[in-house]
Design a protein around this ligand. Structure first.
Ligand code: HPA
Ligand code: ZN
Length: 324
């Protein structure tokens, strides 16, 4: 339709994308074959049918299991390039992608295999599509802070090519305060800082992410709206929220798309953006996410969301002028 054309025509940046969450069932089977690994599903259809979740943890269990097929530098390169090809088709001109090194190093895959594969895919996407990208290293919050500190040390040779650190995985019971020292260390090394907060966790976790982790961007942030003073603070400080509508639907963070808070976020003056989170698991890439919330929004709102994605990116101002 005309609206689909409008969305498809908006240049946009994607700021909340877990590269392991872009692993499509077809590629999972292809990599299992290439690496001679058995996977506990008979077909792509059977695997897709397992993607029904009632909370974040249901998804994480199957997401970590799926990542087991990723073994070689070539696998990480192919994974990244497949995402960038698909993102370019959705008029994404810049992407800041998360990766979860601990998911791989815990299985004996060296940090450098993961990083070099992803970086090669990023370079190839820029040459092929002009799509620029940045890499954000996420710590798994269900693991210890010492494990996160060890991961930051392992990343040391690649830190010039890594823009920032993030915090993901099981939110409830693993508050931002658990990662205060490693986020301080990352800040001292000049890295940007982001964190998932307020997806399933309470507004207090968002406040901890601001005050203790000194985040530059807030991933999800939905439950911030339960706290009026916090909402005002996020608006007044121009904090970017990386919101993921189809993820919120699939993980039951919202009951239905009709009650998604994205319109209210914009009305409250929050710098909200739209992103796909884990597109292979949640049933849609970035334009699908824009389309999912479009009935709640005006065209000016949709254009504002796309503009916010550049304003909230870690590109500098003159790079933004060139990208939009
Ligand atoms: N939340 C927490 N951890 C994650 C997510 C998410 O949406 N996606 C991948 N890891
Ligand atoms: Zn996420």
């Amino acid at each position: 339709s005309d609206l689909d054309g409008f969305i498809a025509g908006l240049p946009k940046a994607e700021l909340h994308l877990h590269i392991e969450g872009s692993l499509q069932p077809e590629m999972m089977f292809a990599l299992a074959r290439r690496n001679r690994i058995a996977i506990p599903f008979d077909s792509v259809e059977q695997l897709r049918a397992a993607y029904t979740f009632s909370r974040l943890q249901d998804f994480l269990d199957i997401y970590y299991q799926g990542a087991d097929v990723l073994r070689t530098e070539e696998d990480f390169h192919d994974l990244a390039l497949a995402y960038f090809d698909r993102a370019a088709a959705d008029t994404v001109v810049h992407a800041e992608i998360f990766f979860d090194p601990q998911t791989h190093t815990a299985r004996g895959i060296p940090f450098g295999v993961v990083a070099e594969g992803l970086l090669a895919g990023m370079r190839e996407a820029e040459a092929r599509h002009g799509l620029t990208s940045k890499l954000i290293l996420c710590f798994l919050r269900h693991l210890s802070e010492d494990d996160a500190l060890a991961t930051l040390r392992e990343a040391e040779p690649w830190l010039e090519q890594i823009t920032g650190v993030g915090l993901d995985s099981s939110e409830l019971g693993h508050p931002p305060s658990k990662f205060r020292r490693v986020f301080t260390a990352a800040g001292e090394r000049g890295l940007k800082r982001v964190a998932h907060a307020g997806e399933e966790g309470p507004p207090a976790y968002v406040i901890e992410a601001l005050d203790l982790l000194h985040i530059d961007r807030l991933d999800h942030g939905n439950r911030s709206l339960e706290d009026e003073a916090l909402t005002r603070r996020l608006a007044e400080t121009g904090m970017t929220l990386t919101v993921c509508p189809l993820s919120n639907l699939k993980l039951c963070v919202v009951r239905d798309l009709g009650t998604h808070p994205i319109a209210r976020m914009l009305q409250l003056g929050l710098r909200a953006t739209v992103n796909s989170d884990d597109p292979a698991y949640f049933g849609g890439y970035i334009n699908d996410n824009y389309r999912a919330v479009a009935p709640l929004l005006t065209r000016a709102d949709l254009a504002a969301l796309a503009r916010n994605s550049f304003e909230g990116s870690f590109l500098d101002q003159n790079q933004i002028a060139l990208r939009v």
